[in-house]
Design a protein around this ligand. Sequence first.
Ligand code: SF4
Length: 292
Amino acid sequence: MTKIRFDSASDLIKQADKSTKTIGQLVIEQTKNSQLISSDEVIADMHKRIVIMEESIKKGLQNTGRTKSGLAGGDAVLLKKYKSAKQIISKTQLKALSYSFAIMEQNARFGKIVALPTAGSAGTVPGSLIAVFEDLNLNRDDLIDAFFTAGAVGILVASKASVAGAVGGCQAEVGTASAMAAAGLTQLRKGTPSQCFNAAAIALKGLLGLVCDPVAGLVECPCIKRNATAISNAFMASELTLAGVRSNIPFDEVVMAMNNVSKLMAQELKETAKGGLATTPTGEKIRRKLYS
Ligand code: SF4
């Protein structure tokens, strides 16, 4: 899948509208053609990856221990058990957050995860899509289609900008994951191809400029909770879209803007742990404690 390149979201939308196919179906078709394998094999490969994501959620929800650094662990279970008469987010969004924490905590424990698009942002897309798939009682084909739709967003960002925190800051990692999830959530709920990219545009705009500042250089703080931000942002972007709200800036141009912001961003804010939260008094204290 990484070998295929789309020219733009606008091209994909045009192709999808013309062929009455979903974005996901077009990704399957192009992957099949570029890798010289059958559609069934492309789908089976995605299915295999989704099973790995489901297993990491399951394991993360069974493990309440702290990570080796002591910075994370146990929050997935905490969220799973959380119930309050004063709760203001939906049951499904809370489940998505819990699933994302489960995956991210597994990642911090060096457990098996699927980097989507990166390890630091691995909780957002599966957390969102699997929770909604379960709660809306959708079928497996719909889930697979939504993952391929999310994949198209990731492919476009990776080819036009970057999905690496070291290159573009956290907007590139968690921002992209949020845009992927927003598109996938919109597809899961039968949005049009144009709506999928509208949701992705709104999500990415919301996290534009987000810096990469991991405390002690570990993918734990703020990364795990940033995935929670990305999920909330994706739910919002998909809902706004289905309600009819349109992004003034199209997705392709939001990606151009993200790339531009990446170039303007200081090196201290690109995974070097030399700025942002990493250099707060508490961030420094944690680093000294871990490495002294
Ligand atoms: S802060 Fe940096 S390491 Fe952490 S998720 Fe964001 S980009 Fe990745």
